[in-house]
Design a protein around this ligand. Structure first.
Ligand code: HAM
Length: 454
């Protein structure tokens, strides 16, 4: 809306507008009051991954569009509607014009890297993990963003490395259960299914097409198209009016061949042996085309509302070949890190409410307060000394009134150190711990030990 007072409307001879620029829809800033939890989650994930023999891989955030078209599938919502894609012009003789896309997920990029670096030629099973942003142009809501973070892992290798073994599937699922337990996620639920191998899927597709033909006209336009091009995608349609028809469609479980049924049974037996609870959900086909055999999602009841899928994954035994690589069966998953954080924050809030306390915030070890401008330099030197000892320190300014120093210190630190002319001269320093209110004078050499006591 433009009015005569609208500051953003350019005016003749006026200086350019200075309207504040906001973060783009569906993207967010993570500020220092939030990032400690993100770092804790990432550190826990890295520690668990390393215990299971995974190494980190970092792939580019943008790739050739064709990678996702071929890998994730043209008919998926991700590729057909949600990608940030642009035509990149050639700028030098050595460059080609090409269509590029911000990665909507990382499995296709990891498998591309596996092929490009001939990682299969070592003969060994590759266990790779990644932590990074992904991009999908979805309608933003709680737990759904256009830039979001995933913590994911892939196990991939030539069949001779054991990459097809049901043990791999069970190990990945047991690792996820352990990670969620370690992080304290309380009410997770593992939904499990098998979508069969390529032959099973071909038979199932025929059955789906047959079942869809007489009801097609009653489906929404998107599902009418999918019924022709990729009937499996009708199953993960969120169109509410189509759900009744979808619920009546044949189930993949009835089309699994002997080999797929056996593989799935062995995955379940290994999970039972490890005590990992699961619920077989025959409707779980997942929204990406590369899946074969085992598919899964972990959902939660607390904190996510309708976006209750905390993570998803499965096997992708033909993906490497689809991308022009050697036979390299694999299985992996991606955790929605934004969603995991929401769940942990919600749980912490509930716990704090139950305990009648405010959710805990992290504080620095000490605030060093110079009592006059003349002590500023000495305060900075003392802060340096304490930081070298591993303490976290904030330094005030000698122009502050003592009252203000106490107020600021109480907000950010567990203790305050007062540094006046006497303290600098005598080397005996006044410390006050806020939790107890205790104020003592200690020799400078003992200060670090006193501050470490919590
Ligand atoms: P996905 O199910 O598309 O699978 O995404 C995995 C998880 O990422 C979801 O369960 C959800 O928690 C999170 N997620 C997805 N979209 C958004 C969004 N717009 N905002 C916030 N979080 C989101 C994959 O991406 C596969 N690459 C997983 C995989 C790895 N399969 C095999 N290996």
């Amino acid at each position: 809306m433009t009015s005569s007072t609208d500051k953003s409307a350019p005016q003749a001879g006026a200086r350019p507008s200075r309207a504040a620029i906001k973060a783009v829809r569906g993207t967010r800033d993570l500020l220092p009051d939030q990032t400690p939890l993100w770092n804790r989650v990432e550190a826990a994930a890295r520690a668990v991954f390393s215990r299971y023999g995974f190494g980190e891989i970092r792939t580019p955030v943008f790739e050739a569009t064709e990678l996702f078209a071929r890998g994730v599938g043209e008919e998926t919502d991700i590729v057909s509607k949600e990608m940030f894609t642009w035509e990149d012009r050639a700028r030098a003789a050595s460059e080609k014009a090409q269509s590029l896309t911000l990665r909507p997920e990382s499995t296709a990029g990891v498998v591309r890297a596996y092929i490009e670096h001939k990682m299969g030629e070592t003969g060994a099973l590759q266990k790779l993990y990644y932590i990074g942003p992904q991009f999908r142009r979805e309608r933003p809501q709680r737990g759904r963003y256009r830039q979001f973070w995933q913590i994911g892992a892939e196990v991939i290798g030539p069949p001779s490395s054991g990459s097809e073994s049901p043990l791999r599937d069970a190990e990945v699922l047991e690792m996820l259960a352990s990670l969620l337990d370690e992080l304290g996620v309380r009410d997770w639920r593992l939904e499990l299914n098998s979508v069969g191998n390529a032959d099973d899927r071909a038979r199932y597709n025929v059955a789906l097409r047959e079942a869809l033909a007489p009801v097609k006209a009653r489906l929404c336009p998107d599902n009418q198209r999918r019924a022709e091009t990729n009937p499996l995608r009708v199953l993960d349609s969120k169109d509410e009016q189509d759900q009744e028809i979808i619920n009546g469609l044949p189930k993949i479980a009835d089309y699994l061949g002997e080999a797929s049924r056996e593989h799935f049974a062995e995955v379940r037996a290994a999970l039972d042996a490890c005590g990992v609870k699961y619920h077989v959900n025959p409707r779980l086909v997942r929204g990406l085309d590369y899946y074969t055999r085992t598919t899964f999602e972990f959902t939660v009841q607390t904190g996510l509302g309708t976006q209750n899928a905390l993570l998803g994954g499965g096997r992708y035994d033909g993906l490497s070949e689809m991308l022009g690589g050697p036979k390299a069966p694999g299985i992996g998953f991606a955790i929605g890190e934004d969603r995991l954080i929401l769940v942990l924050q919600e749980q912490a809030k509930q716990d704090a409410e139950a305990a009648g306390a405010a959710a805990g915030e992290e504080k620095l070890d000490v605030y060093v307060a110079p009592l006059g401008v003349a002590q500023n330099a000495a305060a900075l030197a003392l802060a340096k000394e304490l930081r070298r000892e591993g303490l976290s320190v904030e330094v005030g300014d000698g122009s502050f009134k003592l009252r203000k120093s106490f107020d600021v210190a109480d907000k950010v630190a567990r203790a305050i150190v007062l540094l006046g002319e006497d303290e600098v001269a005598s080397g005996v320093i006044t410390v006050k711990a806020f939790a107890t209110g205790e104020q003592v004078k200690v020799p400078r050499a003992e200060l670090k030990d006193r501050l470490r006591v919590r």
